[in-house]
Design a protein around this ligand. Structure first.
Ligand SMILES: [Cu+2]
Length: 85
């Protein structure tokens, strides 16, 4: 049975929380609460959500252990990290 997804938010031009921890094989779901579109774009290119529209969600399963920094392409000052264990 798969573990429950970890839920995170995008709010006020920030990823909340900025650092997410998930077990390898686990899924994270981000919800965009802002009125503008955002993305989660991995610095190492391992994932890219594309634009997440206002009110929409994006989910991703992290299969490989490691620390993955990401930013928002339209707002490069928005940073976050996923730590996969
Ligand atoms: Cu953004």
């Amino acid at each position: 049975m798969a573990a429950a997804a970890v839920h995170a938010n995008i709010r006020n031009l920030a990823f909340v929380p900025a650092t997410i921890q998930v077990a390898a094989g686990g899924e994270v779901v981000w919800t965009n609460h802002d009125a503008v579109a955002h993305s989660l774009t991995a610095v190492d290119g391992s994932f890219d959500s594309g634009l997440i529209q206002p009110g929409a969600t994006w989910r991703h399963t992290f299969r490989r252990a490691g620390t993955f920094a990401f930013h928002c392409t339209p707002h490069p000052f928005m940073h976050g990290t996923v730590v996969v264990r």
